[in-house]
Design a protein around this ligand. Structure first.
Ligand code: FUL
Length: 500
């Protein structure tokens, strides 16, 4: 009897001990709670893409216009050497992760044989009216490992019912076609230009719509969600990705991934109805996770025009834009318009490849990988969250601290002094945007000297500056919650600069 009691007591003690250990371990190994709002899985996937291409291609490519009026003759669409493979492989080779095609621009001309209109390539001589640019581009994307995205202009200057309820039905039918027949779509791009003068089936007049109510965006967005649950929806009002607020490819500094769209004069925000300049910086305390996309064209126009062949952006200029968009946490959507043959033209290819070469060279040797890393605090002293996580090349691991530690630092120490002029920092996005401020110090004459500082990190923060030579670098972070940093990298290389 006495033995049974002792035995039972031992079992109870053992179980309690195990429970205690389990609870300690659970506490140690539990990540910090999210700092709301946090991204959806589709937003995280999108943010990791960072650099995509935009294809403006339509009747405008053949008429020299930027905005067709809606009465241009479909017979003008005739890209005699159309080559979706060339377009996609150039994008792939350039390092882009996806391509977004103007399936329908404001003129209403459709690059696919829509069942709901005759104003499409069905009426063109190209492939005897049997072609489908959307199909060819989406398939070439898939072959080249690129994601495919859809631009469909809500404004339609051709459609006779534009501005009336019947057009909304038509617009959604077309969305349905695009989102069901061409495989997975990663982004649906809704332009803010809505309403104005147009052909409108011969009415040839001005049609003003109520941008807040006309498209019933909540239901239109719900349709996209239903048909392509993995896609992000873009507009100046989100809901998933916001317009940066300019067409020069430059994000504000700082550029927060959080945002609250505001309508002008207190009105309800909707695509084309926002205080869009606020998109440049976003809002530190924004209500929604809504990262920014910086769209810009490689040429002065969005569409290809022969006389702009000599005005293609230089690779140095593109690199500068990269630092000012991707390097501030935004996505870069670079427009590379196919020419009237239906190919990316030579000057554009040349500049894209040089830009790629610059990036590859600059980010080739990460000095952090050869450093001794120490951090000011490790969450629960757990190896899961230690300093080495910032240099393991794994976006799923991160260094983090105890909950009450909202100021922390990491030191990278080198056996011998190293030179660097470029730093890359990435926050672990699934836990929200936690870092408010960052600073970089170098150890110089027995003291820490600050060489750079700023606000916001998010998906990626690049700092490029004067060459620093040191054997110790310190990065300091402070924020609203304990930091969760997935990467710190140091590089050294010549950063070509230009005004063009
Ligand atoms: C603008 C449009 O009006 C331009 O034509 C172009 O498509 C650009 C990306 O968005 O709002």
């Amino acid at each position: 009897m006495i033995y049974t009691m002792i035995y039972k007591a031992k079992i109870i003690a053992l179980t309690m001990g195990c429970l205690f250990l389990i609870s300690c371990r659970t506490k140690q190994d539990t990540p910090p709670g999210p700092y709301e709002p946090v991204p959806s899985a589709a937003q995280i996937a999108w943010q990791r893409m960072e650099y995509c291409g935009f294809l403006h291609f339509s009747l405008n490519t053949f008429t020299g216009k930027e905005w067709g009026y809606g009465n241009e003759d479909p017979a003008l669409f005739n890209p005699v050497d159309f080559d979706a493979e060339q377009i996609a492989s150039v994008a792939k080779e350039a390092g882009m992760k996806g391509l977004i095609l103007t399936c329908k621009h404001h003129d209403g001309f459709c690059l696919w044989p829509s069942k709901f209109t005759e104003y499409s390539l069905k009426k063109s001589p190209w492939r005897n009216g049997k072609g489908d640019v959307v199909k060819e581009i989406s398939e070439a994307c898939a072959r080249n490992g690129l994601k495919f995205g859809v631009y469909i202009s809500p404004w339609d200057r051709n459609h006779r019912e534009y501005g009336k309820p019947a057009y909304l039905e038509y617009f959604r039918n077309q969305l349905r076609e695009l989102l069901t027949a061409y495989g997975p779509v990663f982004e649906v791009w809704f332009d803010g230009a809505n309403g104005g003068t147009g052909w409108y089936g011969g009415a040839d007049e001005e049609r003003i719509i109520d941008r807040t109510t006309y498209y019933n965006w909540q239901d239109t967005w719900a349709l996209v969600r239903r048909l392509q649950p993995g896609a992000v929806i873009f507009s100046d009002a989100g809901p998933d990705v916001r317009w940066i607020g300019n067409e020069s490819g430059i994000a504000g500094d700082p550029c927060w991934a959080r945002y609250t769209p505001h309508g002008p004069e207190g009105q309800i925000p909707a695509p084309g109805m926002t205080l869009y300049r606020e998109g440049e910086n976003g809002h530190r305390d924004g209500e929604f996770w809504m990262p920014a996309e910086a769209d810009v064209s490689i040429r002065p126009g969005w569409f290809w025009h022969e006389d702009q062949d000599t005005q293609v952006r230089s690779p140095e200029n593109l690199l500068d834009l990269y630092f000012k968009s991707v390097g501030r946490g935004a996505g870069l959507l670079l427009n590379i318009p196919p020419d009237n043959r239906g190919r990316i033209s030579d000057p554009d290819v040349k500049t894209l490849m040089k830009f790629k070469e610059y990036r590859e060279k600059l980010f080739e040797h990460d000095l952090a990988l050869h450093s001794e890393i120490t951090v000011s605090n490790v969450r629960g002293n757990s190896i899961l969250y230690g300093g080495s996580r910032i240099a393991d090349g794994n976006p799923e691991t991160f260094w983090t601290c105890d909950d009450d530690v909202t100021e922390a630092f990491v030191i990278l120490e080198f056996e011998r002094p190293v030179a660097f002029n470029l730093v890359r920092i990435r926050e672990y996005l699934p836990l929200g945007q936690r870092i408010d401020k960052w600073a970089i110090d170098v150890f110089f004459l027995n003291d820490w000297v600050e060489c750079a500082s700023g606000e916001s990190v998010g998906n990626q923060r690049l700092w490029a500056g004067d060459k620093q030579i040191t054997h110790k670098v310190r990065l300091r972070f402070s924020g609203a919650a304990c930091p969760a940093v997935t990467e710190v990298s140091l590089f050294y290389g010549e950063i070509p600069r230009t005004d063009k």
